[in-house]
Structure formats: C-alpha cells, structure tokens
Design a protein around this ligand. Structure first.
Ligand code: GRF
Length: 228
C-alpha cells in the first residue's frame, strides 16, 4: 500500500505561478503531497482562480478585516486545522508571520525566495543583484523561521547573470528555476526525506547532481552554466 499523500496548504498573495507549479506536480498521483487548500490574504490574488479551476479548496482570509496579525493568524490556523493540513508552502505570501504561528509550524512550513540566501533577503532582489553586479543569482527554498527570509536551506538553483539582463529578464529566468525546485523540495519534505541538523538540511537518499548549479536536485536544464 502506498503512503497517504500529505495534505498541503499553499499560501499566496498574488500571481500564483509557484502555486501552479506545485498544483501541476501534485496532479501526479505518485507525488507525495496533495495540494488540499489554497489560502490568499488578498482578494485580488490571481492564484485563487487557478486553485478554484483546479477543483482545490480555496479561501480568502483578508488580513485587512482583522484587528491585528494574531487575529488574522488564528483565523488562518482554524482553517488549516479544519482541512487537516500537515505542511504549508508559502508561495509569494506577502505577510510577515508572527513567531507564534511560525513555531506552530516549525519544520512543516517552507518558503521560496527569489535570491540565493543569505544574500538579498527582502524585496527587489533582482534589481539589487544587478546593482551589485553579481554574476550568479538564483532562488532558495528554505524552512520558515521567525526572522524574515531566514531558516535552514533546503534547495537552491543558480543562474548566470547576463550582460543584457534587466530586473525583469532576470526575474523570469529565476522564476523558471523556482518552478523546478519548489515542487521537488515539497516532495522531499512530504516523503520524510529531509533531515535538519542546525542550519544544514540533508535530503537523504541518492541525489543525482549532474550540475552543481541546482543543488541538490540535479539538472536537466541545458540553459544552466557549464561548471567544472
Ligand atoms: C516569487 O518570485 C517568489 O520567489 C516570491 O514571490 C514571487 C511569487 O510569485 N516569494 P508567484 O506568485 O508564485 O508567481
């Protein structure tokens, strides 16, 4: 008998392209997580419509109608419990979570950030990377800790910065990598393959890493840089 798929909620605030990537991956019945709930904190979040069209329970918990962060999060928590959620993926969720909520979900809540952490925490990561003249940029999936964009790193993908890059072109190539590593990170979390020791996360099992630029999930993308 195959193990039950882990009931996972995705929290969004906007476009929802990472949500789409997670939903697409989870359509495969052998994927170890099921996207069981999508929650947005903004009514205009486009990802809500995609979730609905995919037949996934989706809810708006509009932070503006709550007196404060804790009230908002208590409402969110009730919803998560009602849907028997085991894991949370933050996917463009633009709301700082309180230490109370983060601790409740410690080890069970992950985030995707559009930079190679610990560089470029916060917003406008692509413009800041270009302004600094870095030659390699990318994205990170990490466990969520109370401090913003901090927490043990599960996976990263890196891309070369091109002379012709603008913040938009860089964002587009990083986003394509986000869509690759986020579902894989969730799969490894949901199948119990991640072990954290301090800040280091070990994926367990065999890892095919033909390109050191997408670590530890290996590479099937010919666009990534050749490295020796
Ligand atoms: C992504 O770049 C993600 O890394 C960041 O917010 C953006 C969300 O994009 N946290 P989308 O809503 O998933 O398209």
């Amino acid at each position: 008998m195959t193990a039950a798929r882990k009931r996972t909620a995705v929290l969004i605030s906007g476009r929802g392209s990472n949500l789409e990537a997670l939903i697409e991956s989870a359509r495969d019945p052998s994927f170890p997580a099921e996207i069981a709930l999508v929650v947005a904190n903004r009514p205009e979040a486009a990802g809500l419509a995609f979730a609905r069209a995919s037949g996934i329970a989706s809810s708006l918990v509009d932070h503006k109608i709550y007196a404060g962060r804790e009230e908002f999060e208590r409402s969110l928590q009730i919803l998560l419990e009602l849907h028997q959620i085991e894991f949370i993926c933050l996917a463009g969720f633009m709301r700082v979570l309180t230490p109370w909520f983060v601790r409740l979900w410690e080890g069970r809540m992950i985030n995707i950030h559009p930079a190679l952490l610990p560089a470029y925490r916060g917003l406008d990561t692509h413009a800041r990377a270009l302004a600094d003249g870095v030659k390699i940029h990318g994205c990170t999936v990490h466990f969520v800790r109370p401090a913003l964009d901090e927490g043990p790193i599960i996976a990263q993908a890196a891309i070369p910065v091109l002379d012709t890059d603008t913040p938009e072109s860089l964002a587009a190539r990083v986003l394509a990598e986000e869509h690759r590593i986020y579902p894989e990170a969730l799969a490894r979390l949901a199948s119990g393959r991640l072990k954290a020791e301090g800040n280091r996360v070990f994926s367990g099992g065999p890892i095919v890493a033909s390109s050191p630029l997408r670590v530890p999930f290996g590479d099937d993308n010919p666009q990534t840089m050749e490295t020796k």
